[in-house]
Write a protein that binds this ligand. Structure first.
Ligand code: UN1
Length: 478
Protein backbone atom coordinates (compact mmCIF):
# COMPACT_ATOMS: atom_id res chain seq x y z
CA UNK A 1 0.00 0.00 0.00
CA UNK A 2 1.02 3.60 -0.61
CA UNK A 3 1.91 6.16 2.03
CA UNK A 4 1.26 9.67 0.77
CA UNK A 5 1.85 13.15 2.02
CA UNK A 6 -1.10 15.52 2.01
CA UNK A 7 1.38 18.40 1.58
CA UNK A 8 1.82 17.59 -2.11
CA UNK A 9 -0.45 14.59 -2.58
CA UNK A 10 2.58 12.56 -3.62
CA UNK A 11 3.28 8.97 -2.71
CA UNK A 12 6.29 8.95 -0.38
CA UNK A 13 6.62 5.22 0.32
CA UNK A 14 5.22 1.84 -0.61
CA UNK A 15 4.58 -0.52 2.27
CA UNK A 16 3.63 -4.13 2.66
CA UNK A 17 0.15 -4.55 4.02
CA UNK A 18 -0.41 -7.04 6.84
CA UNK A 19 -2.72 -9.96 6.06
CA UNK A 20 -5.40 -11.49 8.26
CA UNK A 21 -2.87 -14.23 9.15
CA UNK A 22 -0.30 -11.61 10.10
CA UNK A 23 -2.88 -9.97 12.37
CA UNK A 24 -3.72 -13.23 14.07
CA UNK A 25 -0.04 -14.06 14.52
CA UNK A 26 0.66 -10.60 15.99
CA UNK A 27 -2.21 -10.98 18.44
CA UNK A 28 -0.87 -14.42 19.31
CA UNK A 29 2.61 -13.02 20.02
CA UNK A 30 1.12 -10.25 22.14
CA UNK A 31 -1.00 -12.75 24.01
CA UNK A 32 2.08 -14.85 24.75
CA UNK A 33 3.95 -11.70 25.86
CA UNK A 34 1.18 -11.01 28.36
CA UNK A 35 2.01 -14.14 30.34
CA UNK A 36 5.55 -12.79 30.86
CA UNK A 37 4.92 -9.06 31.14
CA UNK A 38 2.29 -9.32 33.87
CA UNK A 39 4.93 -10.94 36.11
CA UNK A 40 7.24 -7.92 35.83
CA UNK A 41 6.66 -5.57 38.80
CA UNK A 42 4.80 -2.45 37.76
CA UNK A 43 7.58 0.03 38.67
CA UNK A 44 9.95 -2.03 36.54
CA UNK A 45 7.41 -1.89 33.70
CA UNK A 46 7.50 1.86 34.28
CA UNK A 47 11.23 1.79 33.56
CA UNK A 48 10.48 0.65 29.99
CA UNK A 49 8.10 3.56 29.58
CA UNK A 50 10.73 5.90 31.01
CA UNK A 51 13.11 4.71 28.31
CA UNK A 52 10.45 5.18 25.63
CA UNK A 53 10.11 8.75 26.88
CA UNK A 54 13.88 9.23 26.64
CA UNK A 55 13.96 7.92 23.08
CA UNK A 56 11.06 10.18 22.19
CA UNK A 57 12.96 13.16 23.58
CA UNK A 58 15.98 12.20 21.49
CA UNK A 59 13.87 11.82 18.33
CA UNK A 60 11.31 14.54 18.93
CA UNK A 61 12.38 16.71 16.00
CA UNK A 62 12.45 13.82 13.51
CA UNK A 63 9.23 12.18 14.58
CA UNK A 64 7.51 15.57 14.67
CA UNK A 65 8.62 16.23 11.11
CA UNK A 66 7.32 12.86 10.04
CA UNK A 67 3.94 13.82 11.55
CA UNK A 68 4.10 17.02 9.49
CA UNK A 69 4.93 15.09 6.35
CA UNK A 70 2.26 12.44 6.77
CA UNK A 71 -0.57 14.25 8.55
CA UNK A 72 0.14 17.76 7.22
CA UNK A 73 0.40 19.48 10.59
CA UNK A 74 2.43 22.66 10.91
CA UNK A 75 5.86 22.11 12.48
CA UNK A 76 4.96 23.38 15.95
CA UNK A 77 1.89 21.14 16.12
CA UNK A 78 3.85 18.12 14.87
CA UNK A 79 6.43 18.74 17.60
CA UNK A 80 3.64 19.36 20.11
CA UNK A 81 2.16 15.99 19.34
CA UNK A 82 5.45 14.28 20.17
CA UNK A 83 5.66 16.39 23.35
CA UNK A 84 2.26 15.00 24.27
CA UNK A 85 3.75 11.50 23.94
CA UNK A 86 6.65 12.47 26.21
CA UNK A 87 4.22 13.92 28.73
CA UNK A 88 2.13 10.77 28.92
CA UNK A 89 5.28 8.67 29.30
CA UNK A 90 6.31 10.79 32.30
CA UNK A 91 2.82 10.48 33.68
CA UNK A 92 2.78 6.70 33.20
CA UNK A 93 6.19 6.29 34.87
CA UNK A 94 4.79 7.92 38.00
CA UNK A 95 1.64 5.90 37.68
CA UNK A 96 3.63 2.68 37.63
CA UNK A 97 4.14 3.20 41.38
CA UNK A 98 0.56 4.30 42.00
CA UNK A 99 -1.73 1.57 40.72
CA UNK A 100 -3.50 1.77 44.04
CA UNK A 101 -6.37 -0.28 45.31
CA UNK A 102 -8.45 0.42 48.40
CA UNK A 103 -8.78 -1.25 51.75
CA UNK A 104 -12.48 -1.36 52.50
CA UNK A 105 -14.24 -1.81 55.84
CA UNK A 106 -15.72 -5.27 56.12
CA UNK A 107 -18.78 -6.13 58.20
CA UNK A 108 -17.28 -9.47 59.24
CA UNK A 109 -14.99 -9.82 62.29
CA UNK A 110 -11.38 -10.88 61.73
CA UNK A 111 -11.66 -10.28 58.03
CA UNK A 112 -9.97 -7.85 55.71
CA UNK A 113 -11.40 -6.61 52.43
CA UNK A 114 -9.31 -4.98 49.74
CA UNK A 115 -9.31 -4.14 46.12
CA UNK A 116 -6.42 -5.11 43.86
CA UNK A 117 -5.69 -4.18 40.27
CA UNK A 118 -4.23 -6.68 37.83
CA UNK A 119 -3.05 -6.61 34.23
CA UNK A 120 -5.93 -7.29 31.84
CA UNK A 121 -4.37 -8.67 28.67
CA UNK A 122 -3.75 -7.51 25.12
CA UNK A 123 -4.91 -3.99 24.42
CA UNK A 124 -5.97 -3.35 20.80
CA UNK A 125 -5.42 0.26 19.77
CA UNK A 126 -7.07 1.70 16.67
CA UNK A 127 -6.05 5.28 15.85
CA UNK A 128 -6.98 7.99 13.37
CA UNK A 129 -4.82 10.04 10.99
CA UNK A 130 -5.16 13.34 12.82
CA UNK A 131 -3.16 12.42 15.91
CA UNK A 132 -1.15 9.63 14.33
CA UNK A 133 1.27 9.12 17.22
CA UNK A 134 -0.03 10.75 20.42
CA UNK A 135 -3.17 8.64 20.68
CA UNK A 136 -1.09 5.45 20.53
CA UNK A 137 0.98 6.77 23.41
CA UNK A 138 -2.00 7.69 25.60
CA UNK A 139 -3.01 4.08 25.37
CA UNK A 140 0.31 2.31 25.11
CA UNK A 141 2.14 4.13 27.93
CA UNK A 142 -0.69 3.28 30.30
CA UNK A 143 -1.16 -0.24 28.95
CA UNK A 144 2.55 -1.08 29.35
CA UNK A 145 2.72 0.03 32.97
CA UNK A 146 -0.58 -1.71 33.66
CA UNK A 147 0.98 -4.96 32.36
CA UNK A 148 -0.78 -5.14 29.00
CA UNK A 149 0.79 -5.73 25.57
CA UNK A 150 -0.43 -3.50 22.74
CA UNK A 151 -1.40 -4.35 19.18
CA UNK A 152 -1.78 -1.16 17.18
CA UNK A 153 -3.75 -0.63 14.01
CA UNK A 154 -2.90 2.92 12.90
CA UNK A 155 -4.86 4.78 10.23
CA UNK A 156 -4.01 3.61 6.71
CA UNK A 157 -3.43 7.30 5.99
CA UNK A 158 -0.48 7.52 8.41
CA UNK A 159 1.50 4.26 8.37
CA UNK A 160 4.98 5.82 8.34
CA UNK A 161 4.60 7.60 11.67
CA UNK A 162 3.42 4.30 13.18
CA UNK A 163 6.54 2.55 11.93
CA UNK A 164 8.62 5.42 13.33
CA UNK A 165 7.03 4.95 16.74
CA UNK A 166 7.58 1.21 16.61
CA UNK A 167 11.28 1.80 15.83
CA UNK A 168 11.51 4.10 18.87
CA UNK A 169 9.81 1.47 21.01
CA UNK A 170 12.32 -1.10 19.83
CA UNK A 171 15.25 1.12 20.78
CA UNK A 172 13.84 1.51 24.27
CA UNK A 173 13.11 -2.23 24.50
CA UNK A 174 16.69 -3.01 23.51
CA UNK A 175 18.03 -0.76 26.26
CA UNK A 176 15.60 -2.25 28.78
CA UNK A 177 16.58 -5.83 27.91
CA UNK A 178 14.30 -8.80 28.34
CA UNK A 179 11.12 -7.28 26.93
CA UNK A 180 9.01 -10.23 25.79
CA UNK A 181 8.62 -10.45 22.01
CA UNK A 182 5.19 -9.22 20.97
CA UNK A 183 4.79 -6.61 23.71
CA UNK A 184 4.23 -3.98 21.02
CA UNK A 185 2.91 -4.97 17.61
CA UNK A 186 1.88 -2.80 14.66
CA UNK A 187 -0.52 -3.84 11.90
CA UNK A 188 -0.14 -1.75 8.75
CA UNK A 189 -3.11 -1.88 6.43
CA UNK A 190 -6.82 -1.36 6.10
CA UNK A 191 -10.04 -1.85 7.93
CA UNK A 192 -9.91 -5.67 8.04
CA UNK A 193 -7.01 -5.45 10.50
CA UNK A 194 -9.05 -3.31 12.86
CA UNK A 195 -11.83 -5.84 12.57
CA UNK A 196 -9.40 -8.59 13.51
CA UNK A 197 -8.68 -6.78 16.77
CA UNK A 198 -12.36 -6.13 17.40
CA UNK A 199 -13.34 -9.76 16.87
CA UNK A 200 -10.49 -11.53 18.65
CA UNK A 201 -11.27 -12.82 22.15
CA UNK A 202 -7.56 -12.67 23.00
CA UNK A 203 -7.95 -8.87 22.99
CA UNK A 204 -9.93 -8.04 26.14
CA UNK A 205 -9.77 -4.27 25.64
CA UNK A 206 -10.04 -2.31 22.41
CA UNK A 207 -9.36 1.40 22.43
CA UNK A 208 -10.67 2.97 19.23
CA UNK A 209 -10.41 6.57 18.05
CA UNK A 210 -12.29 7.67 14.96
CA UNK A 211 -15.73 8.52 13.67
CA UNK A 212 -18.98 7.86 15.48
CA UNK A 213 -19.91 5.57 12.56
CA UNK A 214 -16.80 3.48 13.27
CA UNK A 215 -17.59 3.37 16.99
CA UNK A 216 -21.14 2.23 16.29
CA UNK A 217 -19.65 -0.88 14.73
CA UNK A 218 -16.78 -1.45 17.12
CA UNK A 219 -18.70 -0.97 20.38
CA UNK A 220 -21.42 -3.62 19.90
CA UNK A 221 -18.99 -6.15 18.40
CA UNK A 222 -16.57 -5.91 21.30
CA UNK A 223 -19.48 -5.96 23.76
CA UNK A 224 -20.94 -9.06 22.09
CA UNK A 225 -17.87 -11.03 23.18
CA UNK A 226 -17.89 -9.23 26.56
CA UNK A 227 -14.74 -7.33 25.73
CA UNK A 228 -14.22 -3.81 26.94
CA UNK A 229 -14.03 -0.87 24.59
CA UNK A 230 -12.66 2.61 25.12
CA UNK A 231 -14.30 4.74 22.44
CA UNK A 232 -13.09 8.20 21.51
CA UNK A 233 -15.33 9.23 18.63
CA UNK A 234 -16.59 12.39 16.99
CA UNK A 235 -16.88 15.80 18.53
CA UNK A 236 -19.00 18.80 17.62
CA UNK A 237 -17.45 21.16 20.09
CA UNK A 238 -18.87 24.54 20.95
CA UNK A 239 -17.88 27.74 22.69
CA UNK A 240 -20.13 30.34 24.21
CA UNK A 241 -18.94 33.96 24.24
CA UNK A 242 -20.80 35.83 26.96
CA UNK A 243 -21.22 39.61 27.29
CA UNK A 244 -18.47 39.96 29.91
CA UNK A 245 -15.90 37.93 27.93
CA UNK A 246 -12.38 39.21 27.52
CA UNK A 247 -12.59 39.45 23.74
CA UNK A 248 -8.82 39.47 23.25
CA UNK A 249 -8.39 36.05 24.78
CA UNK A 250 -11.62 34.79 23.24
CA UNK A 251 -10.41 35.78 19.79
CA UNK A 252 -7.05 34.06 20.13
CA UNK A 253 -8.49 30.94 21.70
CA UNK A 254 -11.25 30.66 19.11
CA UNK A 255 -8.78 31.12 16.25
CA UNK A 256 -6.49 28.33 17.48
CA UNK A 257 -9.35 25.97 18.31
CA UNK A 258 -11.25 26.49 15.06
CA UNK A 259 -8.48 26.98 12.50
CA UNK A 260 -5.55 25.10 14.08
CA UNK A 261 -4.70 21.66 12.66
CA UNK A 262 -6.87 22.75 9.69
CA UNK A 263 -9.96 21.90 11.74
CA UNK A 264 -8.94 18.26 11.94
CA UNK A 265 -8.83 17.69 15.69
CA UNK A 266 -11.62 15.79 17.34
CA UNK A 267 -11.60 18.72 19.79
CA UNK A 268 -11.74 21.39 17.06
CA UNK A 269 -14.15 24.24 17.77
CA UNK A 270 -17.03 23.88 15.32
CA UNK A 271 -19.89 25.91 16.83
CA UNK A 272 -19.79 29.36 18.36
CA UNK A 273 -22.64 30.97 20.28
CA UNK A 274 -22.06 34.69 20.68
CA UNK A 275 -24.21 36.90 22.87
CA UNK A 276 -26.19 39.34 20.73
CA UNK A 277 -24.74 42.35 22.55
CA UNK A 278 -21.16 41.62 21.42
CA UNK A 279 -21.78 39.74 18.16
CA UNK A 280 -21.04 42.78 16.00
CA UNK A 281 -17.79 43.40 17.85
CA UNK A 282 -16.43 39.87 17.78
CA UNK A 283 -17.51 38.47 14.43
CA UNK A 284 -15.90 41.17 12.23
CA UNK A 285 -12.63 40.69 14.12
CA UNK A 286 -12.86 36.95 13.59
CA UNK A 287 -13.43 37.55 9.89
CA UNK A 288 -10.26 39.56 9.68
CA UNK A 289 -8.34 36.67 11.29
CA UNK A 290 -9.98 34.25 8.86
CA UNK A 291 -9.06 36.50 5.95
CA UNK A 292 -5.42 36.88 6.90
CA UNK A 293 -4.35 33.51 8.32
CA UNK A 294 -1.47 32.00 6.36
CA UNK A 295 -2.39 28.78 4.55
CA UNK A 296 0.21 26.65 2.84
CA UNK A 297 3.04 24.17 3.09
CA UNK A 298 3.08 23.30 6.79
CA UNK A 299 6.87 23.06 6.76
CA UNK A 300 7.12 26.79 6.10
CA UNK A 301 7.64 29.35 8.85
CA UNK A 302 4.56 31.41 9.59
CA UNK A 303 2.07 29.00 8.03
CA UNK A 304 -0.78 28.24 10.44
CA UNK A 305 -3.04 26.13 8.24
CA UNK A 306 -1.73 23.09 6.41
CA UNK A 307 -3.58 20.78 4.04
CA UNK A 308 -6.65 18.69 4.60
CA UNK A 309 -5.79 15.02 4.69
CA UNK A 310 -7.31 14.19 1.27
CA UNK A 311 -9.85 14.98 -1.42
CA UNK A 312 -12.68 13.30 0.46
CA UNK A 313 -12.15 15.72 3.36
CA UNK A 314 -12.15 18.69 0.99
CA UNK A 315 -15.32 17.49 -0.78
CA UNK A 316 -17.04 16.92 2.57
CA UNK A 317 -16.25 20.51 3.52
CA UNK A 318 -17.71 21.80 0.25
CA UNK A 319 -20.90 19.82 0.73
CA UNK A 320 -21.39 21.13 4.26
CA UNK A 321 -20.89 24.72 3.10
CA UNK A 322 -23.40 24.28 0.23
CA UNK A 323 -25.90 22.86 2.66
CA UNK A 324 -25.41 25.81 5.00
CA UNK A 325 -25.87 28.31 2.16
CA UNK A 326 -29.11 26.61 1.17
CA UNK A 327 -30.32 27.13 4.75
CA UNK A 328 -29.68 30.87 4.53
CA UNK A 329 -26.18 31.02 6.02
CA UNK A 330 -23.55 33.60 5.06
CA UNK A 331 -20.23 31.91 4.36
CA UNK A 332 -16.96 33.78 4.78
CA UNK A 333 -13.92 31.95 3.38
CA UNK A 334 -14.06 28.30 2.40
CA UNK A 335 -12.95 27.10 -1.00
CA UNK A 336 -9.67 25.76 -2.28
CA UNK A 337 -6.40 27.51 -1.58
CA UNK A 338 -2.77 26.88 -2.60
CA UNK A 339 -3.46 24.87 -5.74
CA UNK A 340 0.17 25.25 -6.77
CA UNK A 341 1.33 22.71 -4.20
CA UNK A 342 0.04 19.71 -6.15
CA UNK A 343 -3.15 18.69 -7.93
CA UNK A 344 -3.77 15.96 -5.39
CA UNK A 345 -3.11 18.25 -2.39
CA UNK A 346 -6.15 19.86 -0.82
CA UNK A 347 -5.74 23.12 1.03
CA UNK A 348 -8.90 24.82 2.21
CA UNK A 349 -9.44 28.39 3.33
CA UNK A 350 -11.04 28.12 6.79
CA UNK A 351 -14.72 29.04 6.69
CA UNK A 352 -16.71 31.18 9.11
CA UNK A 353 -20.38 30.47 8.61
CA UNK A 354 -23.03 32.77 10.07
CA UNK A 355 -26.08 30.61 10.67
CA UNK A 356 -29.59 31.94 11.26
CA UNK A 357 -30.05 29.14 13.80
CA UNK A 358 -28.48 25.85 14.84
CA UNK A 359 -29.58 23.52 12.05
CA UNK A 360 -28.40 21.40 9.09
CA UNK A 361 -24.66 20.75 8.94
CA UNK A 362 -24.13 22.63 12.21
CA UNK A 363 -25.48 19.73 14.24
CA UNK A 364 -22.99 17.21 12.87
CA UNK A 365 -19.23 16.94 12.68
CA UNK A 366 -17.52 17.77 9.39
CA UNK A 367 -13.81 17.10 9.77
CA UNK A 368 -12.64 20.38 8.24
CA UNK A 369 -12.09 24.00 9.30
CA UNK A 370 -15.69 25.22 9.42
CA UNK A 371 -16.87 27.38 12.30
CA UNK A 372 -20.63 27.94 12.50
CA UNK A 373 -21.60 31.07 14.40
CA UNK A 374 -24.96 32.06 15.76
CA UNK A 375 -26.36 34.56 18.27
CA UNK A 376 -27.95 33.94 21.63
CA UNK A 377 -29.80 36.06 24.16
CA UNK A 378 -30.01 34.01 27.38
CA UNK A 379 -27.19 31.88 28.79
CA UNK A 380 -29.59 29.00 29.47
CA UNK A 381 -30.48 28.93 25.75
CA UNK A 382 -26.81 28.96 24.76
CA UNK A 383 -26.09 26.00 27.04
CA UNK A 384 -29.14 24.16 25.72
CA UNK A 385 -27.99 24.68 22.12
CA UNK A 386 -24.46 23.64 23.03
CA UNK A 387 -25.81 20.38 24.43
CA UNK A 388 -28.35 19.78 21.66
CA UNK A 389 -26.14 17.71 19.35
CA UNK A 390 -25.19 14.05 19.25
CA UNK A 391 -21.55 14.45 20.24
CA UNK A 392 -20.35 15.30 23.73
CA UNK A 393 -16.58 15.72 23.63
CA UNK A 394 -15.44 19.24 24.45
CA UNK A 395 -16.87 22.66 25.18
CA UNK A 396 -16.00 26.05 26.57
CA UNK A 397 -17.35 29.35 27.76
CA UNK A 398 -15.72 32.76 27.64
CA UNK A 399 -17.01 34.87 30.49
CA UNK A 400 -15.78 36.87 33.46
CA UNK A 401 -19.11 36.40 35.16
CA UNK A 402 -18.63 33.84 37.91
CA UNK A 403 -22.27 32.76 37.90
CA UNK A 404 -22.17 31.92 34.20
CA UNK A 405 -18.83 30.15 34.49
CA UNK A 406 -19.99 28.01 37.39
CA UNK A 407 -23.34 27.27 35.74
CA UNK A 408 -21.48 26.08 32.65
CA UNK A 409 -19.40 23.56 34.60
CA UNK A 410 -22.27 22.54 36.90
CA UNK A 411 -24.73 19.62 36.70
CA UNK A 412 -26.98 21.86 34.58
CA UNK A 413 -24.15 23.01 32.34
CA UNK A 414 -22.17 21.47 29.52
CA UNK A 415 -22.83 17.75 29.05
CA UNK A 416 -19.38 17.15 27.54
CA UNK A 417 -16.40 15.19 28.84
CA UNK A 418 -14.38 18.40 28.71
CA UNK A 419 -15.83 21.75 29.82
CA UNK A 420 -13.47 24.73 29.91
CA UNK A 421 -13.67 28.33 31.05
CA UNK A 422 -11.78 31.04 29.15
CA UNK A 423 -9.79 28.58 27.06
CA UNK A 424 -10.88 26.88 23.86
CA UNK A 425 -12.13 23.30 23.61
CA UNK A 426 -9.00 21.88 21.97
CA UNK A 427 -5.44 21.32 23.11
CA UNK A 428 -6.10 19.37 26.29
CA UNK A 429 -3.12 18.36 28.40
CA UNK A 430 -2.61 14.72 29.32
CA UNK A 431 -3.09 14.99 33.11
CA UNK A 432 -6.87 15.02 32.80
CA UNK A 433 -9.01 12.17 31.55
CA UNK A 434 -9.64 12.71 27.84
CA UNK A 435 -12.89 11.71 26.17
CA UNK A 436 -16.55 12.52 25.96
CA UNK A 437 -20.15 11.51 26.40
CA UNK A 438 -23.05 10.52 24.14
CA UNK A 439 -21.99 9.80 20.56
CA UNK A 440 -18.39 10.54 21.49
CA UNK A 441 -18.45 7.07 22.99
CA UNK A 442 -17.90 7.53 26.73
CA UNK A 443 -14.28 6.33 26.84
CA UNK A 444 -11.56 8.08 28.79
CA UNK A 445 -7.86 8.02 27.97
CA UNK A 446 -4.66 9.62 29.29
CA UNK A 447 -4.73 11.06 32.82
CA UNK A 448 -6.78 10.92 36.04
CA UNK A 449 -7.95 7.34 36.64
CA UNK A 450 -8.18 6.38 32.95
CA UNK A 451 -5.63 3.62 33.73
CA UNK A 452 -8.35 1.58 35.39
CA UNK A 453 -9.78 0.68 31.98
CA UNK A 454 -6.57 -1.21 31.20
CA UNK A 455 -6.66 -3.38 34.31
CA UNK A 456 -9.00 -5.81 35.96
CA UNK A 457 -10.20 -5.16 39.47
CA UNK A 458 -10.49 -7.87 42.07
CA UNK A 459 -12.18 -7.54 45.43
CA UNK A 460 -10.39 -9.77 47.93
CA UNK A 461 -11.82 -10.73 51.29
CA UNK A 462 -9.39 -12.47 53.61
CA UNK A 463 -10.51 -14.33 56.75
CA UNK A 464 -7.75 -14.44 59.38
CA UNK A 465 -10.06 -15.73 62.12
CA UNK A 466 -11.21 -19.19 63.19
CA UNK A 467 -14.91 -18.93 62.31
CA UNK A 468 -16.92 -18.48 59.14
CA UNK A 469 -19.21 -15.49 59.74
CA UNK A 470 -21.44 -14.84 56.73
CA UNK A 471 -22.29 -11.43 55.37
CA UNK A 472 -25.78 -10.01 55.71
CA UNK A 473 -26.20 -12.04 58.93
CA UNK A 474 -27.02 -15.21 56.98
CA UNK A 475 -26.68 -18.44 59.03
CA UNK A 476 -25.86 -21.80 57.49
CA UNK A 477 -25.10 -24.41 60.18
CA UNK A 478 -23.94 -27.79 58.97
C1 UN1 B 1 -7.78 14.07 18.71
O1 UN1 B 1 -8.05 15.00 17.93
O2 UN1 B 1 -8.03 12.89 18.39
O3 UN1 B 1 -7.02 18.04 23.14
C2 UN1 B 1 -7.10 14.25 19.99
C3 UN1 B 1 -6.47 18.03 22.03
C4 UN1 B 1 -5.31 17.08 21.85
C5 UN1 B 1 -5.79 15.73 21.46
C6 UN1 B 1 -6.77 15.67 20.34
N1 UN1 B 1 -4.58 17.00 23.09
O4 UN1 B 1 -6.81 18.74 21.11
Amino acid sequence: MAARSPITGEVVAELREASAEDASAAIGRAHAAFAEWRKVPAPRRGELVRLIGEELRAHKADLGRLVTLEAGKVISEGQGEVQEMIDICDYAVGLSRQLFGLTIATERPEHRMMETWHPLGVCGVITAFNFPVAVWSWNAALAFVCGDPVVWKPSEKTPLTALGVQAIFEKAAQRFGGVPAGLSEVLIGGRALGEALVDDHRVPVVSATGSTAMGRQVGPKVAARFGRSILELGGNNAAIVAPSADLEIALRAIAFAAIGTAGQRCTTLRRLFVHESIYDQLVPRLKSVYGSVKIGDPREQGVLVGPLIDKAAFDGMGRALDEARALGATVFGGGRAQEGLGTDAYYAAPALVEMPSQTGPMVRETFAPILYVTRYAAIEDAIAMQNDVGAGLSSSIFTLNMREAELFVSDEGSDCGIANVNIGPSGAEIGGAFGGEKETGGGREAGSDAWKAYMRRATNTVNYGKTVPLAQGVTFEI
